[in-house]
Structures are given as structure tokens and as C-alpha cells.
Design a binder for this molecule. Sequence first.
Ligand code: MN
Length: 293
Amino acid sequence: MKNYKPIEEIMYPPAPHMVGNGFTVNNFFPGGYTQNIQRMSPFFLLDYNAKQTLAPSKIPRGVGVHPHRGLETVTLAVHGKIAHHDSKGNSGIIGPGDVQWMTAGAGVLHKEYQEAHFNRLGGDFQMVQLWVNLPAKHKMTPAKYQAIENNTMGKYYIDNKQSVVEIIAGEYNGIRGPADTFTPIQLYVARLKKGAKASFIFPEIYPTGCLILEGDLQINKEIDAPVNRFILFENKGTDVDIEAKEDSICLLMSGEAINEPIVPYGPFLMNTKEEIRQAYQDYEKGKFGELED
Ligand code: MN
């Protein structure tokens, strides 16, 4: 007998807003959960640029230099390419299927633009950015950067190798993902051909959700989960089954909640207002480094 995680909510994408001039994002949370901004802790924010076809552009599209402190940004490209540069001298291209895991920690400046060649040509564009909270004892860890290219992810093949669960963080059926995390996190991308099935186990108390990126799914044998919806599970039960009604892609996330007060403000995510004030002071003093726009 399976002990399915009951579904708390099937969320439609909230009305989109622009981040810079390059990302048209639906903020599923924390905006969608005004009652409890920590509902998905350790995940604080989920911005989703649903699939769109972009025209060619001569103007760079993206978001210019800005700081972060106290969190990690996890960026997944589904379609299109993003170029990233930060004040630690790191840079890279996030292409389709790749993930970039940036630990802002004590502070970093970065900029996120559509990759120049992609921007000039245009094309399909679809992105996810998650913000992962850091526990108080790790908020001021030195900034770092993990480029997790698709071919470095753990891969668990099913359905005669036609379908795959890609493991970014945590473990799935004995296969570990490459991401170093500060708290226990399971983050997977399931790419299933029509008719394929996959089963997952997440700890009962871990906040757990699933973002449907492509194709319609059925969850726990009876719930229809259409493309572009975020499925929020109750913190009950342990099992999640998915079945692809069409060729599909989904992002599954689960993690141990960080039970500490938080004060989010703009690009910072700290534990107290005083720490937010300090972050702005340090930023203005240039302690986050330098980066040209
Ligand atoms: Mn950013």
C-alpha cells in the first residue's frame, strides 16, 4: 500500500511580471502563499518563465548587476540560454537542461542575461529560478558557484531508457545528484515519454512540490496535473507517483524546512531586520565586490 502525499493545492501561474527586460516570470511563491511565506521552506521563491517564443533582438535582454545575500539561486534552463557573470569572477552559460547553483552566502553581485547569440536569433525560452534559504549559521558562508551541466547530473533511466529522472540534488534509487547543499534537499527533473511512470519517496514532513514544465501528467493515480501548474503537497504521506499523459517534463522539489524566522527584503534573505540593514550598508560600501554592467 502506498502512503500518498495528499495534494494541498494545484496552483495556476500567477499573473506574470518582468524581471529586468529579459524574464517574464510567474511567481508561484512566496507571492502565492501570503499567509505563510515559509510554506515551501527551505525553498523561498519560485519564479517561472513559462515557455514563450522570443523574437530576435539587438538589445541585450536580462537583468543587470544586482546583489544577493543569505540565499542560493538555482537556475534551470528548459529552453534557451542564459549567460551569468558574478563579482567572484565566475561566469558561464546555462543551456537547455543545465542548472546553475549559486550560493550568494555573505554576498555577491551578479548579472543574468540571455546569452548573446540566443538573444540575437531569438527562439523558445523557458526558465525556472528557485531561491533556497540558508540557515543562520551558513548565511555568511563565502559565495560560490556550481555549474551543473546536464551530463553531470545523476540519471535514473526508466521505460527502456526512453525516460529519465535527472537527479540534481539528493538521492533517487541509490543515485546521488552533484549539488552540494547546506540542508537536505531533493531536486529532480523527470522527463517522461507518454505513458511512462515514475515513483518518488519524500519524507513526510518535508515541504514538497512539483512544477509541470511540459505535457500533462497524472499524479497519485487520480489527480490531473496540467502543464504550467505548481502542485503543492501536504506535509503528510511519503509517496508521489507520476504518469505522463503526454511527453512531459516536471521539476520535483522537497527539502527539510529551516525553522528560523526570516526577513526577506529585495535580493536579501536574512533572519533579522538588523541583518537586512547591515546587508544594504555592506552593499553600499562595496563589500560585495565589483562587476561591470
Ligand atoms: Mn539574481
